[in-house]
Design a protein around this ligand. Structure first.
Ligand code: AMP
Length: 517
């Protein structure tokens, strides 16, 4: 089993169909993509790289991302994706820990500091003359089928060594196998969406994360892959790109969904016209609040699907389908909107107490996942692996509860739980309430140490443009909606929330802010 066979299969069937786009410009057919990846594979081999060796990608979104990814797999190598927003020294730590042999970079990842990655056999800037030479096919290869054989790999061999964001300590390398990613690719068809050959996936979120992995199901279907000309997220550009190329599918963190919806509202784009630009918007990676998804459905129409997963079971955990999101007549529709859906086809989900005992419906405990999408373990870290995978179940560190129909509602990660005077307060619940208060755009709730209560609830609130919020009004709103002990004791009115490259609010940073005098 080797993921590179997916590319070869499409290149054989449809060699001349355009596959990779930069903006509206086609930059490779399936045939050319396979040629380039096979050619890169050959050069890895010539340089002495062996199956299992690691190649790091410290790149912003770029059409060559997918060519390198599949080139590495073609040669049996392991891809190490690195978040392009990391400092070079953080990337260096990952490169060293993974003992990568080569790295591919985009120039912008080093411009802030001018520092370069060290200790690798080769570091290749994908926009350089050196890269162009590496990519240039020999004359006798032009137009012919790739003649480098795909390296044989076993289902449990590594394909993707993904480093966790490391908000608590050093990042850990998550070992994702070919089987894990095949499973993820097929689960897209069973649990997210049917992909058609005419479809196009746009990479608006970093390809070093789940968004890049969604290349796999789209390649399975022979769809097109589009890297926006801006290289990232720009709402107006995406609407335009969809109109030009046909409706796009994309993965977006909730914060990006919000910006798309804001754009549609401001530019007065009806749900019918949104359908010309977007087929399916898959959201996940961070909480989507009920008020936000209701607004998104109202303004952009029924084109959303939610997924829940984590680096340790990439993109595969639960899914809340387009059907469930729009089934407004169902008596539990409101609860379902607040949930993250049901277990995806290839996995089972349990909710247990701290001893691994199953909890009754509705009780909150740790979410466990088992199935073919779950990682092989942490890279060279048996203690962390033993703590995370017990009796074949992945302990996700997320807290949640299951209902009678298998819908999972996430609370918060266990470390985000606030214990105020002995009572548990789930920040998400307070955030959901505050988001409904007039004039509120974004909220993050954390616990702050307190001599009297142990911890107190603190809310960081961002106002909608042009609105001045008053803490008295927010407090009065909460008094009407939630138990007194859950009300924030303190409000911090801020202009924005700190977020990482993947759109997750950095609560650790908010905690640090509070601890500073
Ligand atoms: P990562 O490993 O960086 O992909 O982060 C995974 C974590 O993001 C999960 O363990 C959850 O805490 C959070 N997460 C992922 N998907 C969702 C979702 N749909 N709703 C809420 N939180 C999510």
């Amino acid at each position: 089993m080797n993921l590179a066979h997916l590319l070869q299969r499409m290149a054989r069937q449809y060699p001349n169909r355009a596959a990779l786009f930069q903006g509206t410009q086609a930059v490779a057919t399936h045939g050319a993509w396979a040629q380039r990846s096979a050619h890169l594979a050959q050069q890895f081999q010539t340089a002495g790289l062996k199956p299992g060796d690691r190649v790091a990608l410290f790149m912003h979104n770029h059409p060559r991302y997918l060519e390198v990814m599949f080139g590495a797999w073609w040669a049996g190598l392991v891809v190490v994706p690195i978040n392009a927003k990391l400092h070079v020294r953080e990337a260096q730590w990952i490169v060293d820990n993974a003992q990568a042999s080569w790295a591919f970079v985009t120039r912008d990842v080093t411009t802030d500091t001018g520092e370069q990655l060290q200790g690798l056999q080769r570091v290749i800037d994908v926009d350089s003359a050196e890269a162009n030479a590496l990519w240039r096919l020999p004359e006798d290869h032009q137009g012919a089928a790739p003649n480098t054989p795909i390296a044989e790999r076993q289902p449990d061999d590594l394909a993707w060594l993904f480093y966790t964001s490391g908000t608590t300590g050093r990042p850990k390398g998550v070992m994702i196998t070919h089987r894990n990613l095949m499973t993820m690719g097929m689960a897209y068809f069973t649990d997210v969406d049917a992909i058609d050959m005419q479809d196009a996936i746009a990479y608006a979120a970093p390809m070093s994360h789940g968004a890049g992995l969604y290349a796999i199901p789209h390649l399975m279907a022979g769809a097109r892959h589009v890297i926006p000309a801006s290289g990232g997220f720009d709402a107006a550009e995406l609407f335009e790109l969809g109109r030009a190329l046909g409706p796009l599918s994309l993965f977006a963190a909730p914060t990006i969904v919000k910006r798309l919806v804001d754009h549609a509202e401001q530019a007065d784009i009806t749900p019918e016209r949104c359908a010309h630009s977007f087929k399916t918007i898959v959201y996940g990676g961070a909480p989507m609040y009920v008020a936000d998804i209701q607004r998104a459905l109202r303004i952009m129409g029924p084109r959303f699907v939610q997924i829940y997963g984590q680096g340790e079971s990439p993109m595969v955990g639960t899914a809340l389908s387009r059907f469930h999101l729009s089934d407004t007549a169902h008596p539990e529709h409101a609860q379902r909107l607040a949930s993250i859906g049901v277990a995806q086809t290839p996995v089972q989900i349990r909710v247990t107490d701290s001893h691994g005992q199953d909890l009754a419906q509705g009780e909150v405990g740790e979410v466990l996942i088992q199935g073919d999408s779950v990682m092989a373990g942490y890279w060279r870290n048996p203690e962390a692996t033993q703590a995370a995978i017990r009796d074949g179940w992945l302990f996700t560190g997320d807290m949640g509860s299951l209902d009678a129909h298998g819908f999972l509602t996430l609370k918060d990660r266990s470390k985000d739980l606030i214990i105020c005077g002995g009572s548990n307060v789930y920040p998400r619940e307070v955030e959901e309430v505050l988001l409904q208060a007039p004039g509120v755009s974004e909220v993050a709730v954390i616990g702050a140490p307190d001599p009297e209560w142990g911890e107190v609830v603190v809310a960081f609130v961002v106002a909608q443009p042009g609105v001045t919020l008053s803490t008295q009004a927010l407090d009065a709103f909460c008094l009407n909606e939630i138990a007194r002990f859950k009300r924030p004791k303190r409000y911090e009115l801020v202009s924005s929330l700190p977020k990482n490259n993947y759109g997750k609010v950095l609560k650790t940073e908010l905690r640090q802010r509070l601890s500073q005098p």
